[in-house]
Design a protein. Structure first.
Length: 257
């Protein structure tokens, strides 16, 4: 399978611009409220979030803990993954009154969360560094995803970035059952919401074919995961999570702002 690496939006296939501008947020509601929290997310919160200008799509998923080895079990309970039409659109959404109101509504849950990365709620706004997308299409919203995140300082950033670009991303992207793989750098200035400056200033996200547990256990992907684990001996923060789809929503305005 091809492992051609694209390193700018202009190299992406037509119609895939929103693949380049994501926000990944994570939380860990306590077990006794998880069912109610999930219902609120699906029935109300996702639609409220997508009312704001500059938002294109949100996917809500749950952390997978069953049927996988420990290396794929990170932290937290759930994630929400948002896209905008471009980085300016995503920032317009982050500053919008609609998002402010949705966050205020969500604050009703904060006293009943476990901490994730020492905070009640965490997230990062990312800019894509590179993509391997052999099908030249956006994977379906229901695809499970593997998320790897690293917090790297300046002294190790060059080495990690080169490994991600030249070794890890191409290998993960061509592994059997991987639909698409992307690497990211976190944006560290200009974000109006303080808890979107969380650990994980580098990331890889890979959408997985079904059955996704079998994909994660195939030798090619396990070999790359083993190689990735060596960074745990050097960096202060390395996490891997697998998320299974629950729901998604699109904005009615298509990301206009």
């Amino acid at each position: 399978m091809s492992a051609t690496v694209s390193t700018s939006p202009s190299e992406a296939a037509e119609g895939l611009a929103s693949d380049w501008h994501p926000l990944l947020a994570r939380a860990h509601p306590k077990p006794e409220i998880q069912a109610d929290f999930d219902r609120w997310e699906v029935d109300k919160h996702l639609a409220d979030l997508m009312a704001g200008p500059g938002a294109v799509m949100v996917v809500y998923g749950l952390n997978v803990l069953e049927g996988l080895p420990e290396v794929y079990k990170g932290s937290g309970y759930c994630m929400a993954y948002y896209t905008g039409p471009d980085i300016e659109g995503l920032f317009a959404w982050l500053r919008s009154k609609e998002l402010e109101e949705a966050i205020q509504d969500g604050s009703q849950w904060f006293g009943r969360f476990n901490d994730v990365d020492y905070e009640t709620y965490t997230g990062n706004v990312y800019d894509v560094s590179a993509v391997v997308n052999p099908r030249d299409e956006t994977p379906r919203e229901q695809a499970a995803i593997l998320v790897e995140r690293w917090e790297v300082g300046d002294e190790d950033a060059g080495e990690l970035d080169a490994w991600l670009r030249d070794v890890h991303l191409p290998a993960v992207g061509r592994a059997p059952g991987v639909l698409r793989a992307r690497t990211f750098r976190a944006i560290r200035e200009g974000i109006p919401i303080k808890y979107y400056y969380s650990p994980g200033n580098r990331a890889l996200i890979a959408e997985l074919d079904e059955p996704f547990r079998e994909v994660l256990l195939k030798p090619d992907l396990l070999e790359q995961t083993a190689d990735s684990m060596r960074w745990e001996l050097r960096l202060p923060y390395v996490k891997r999570d697998v998320y299974e789809y629950v729901a998604h929503a699109y904005s009615e305005h298509g990301g206009e702002y």
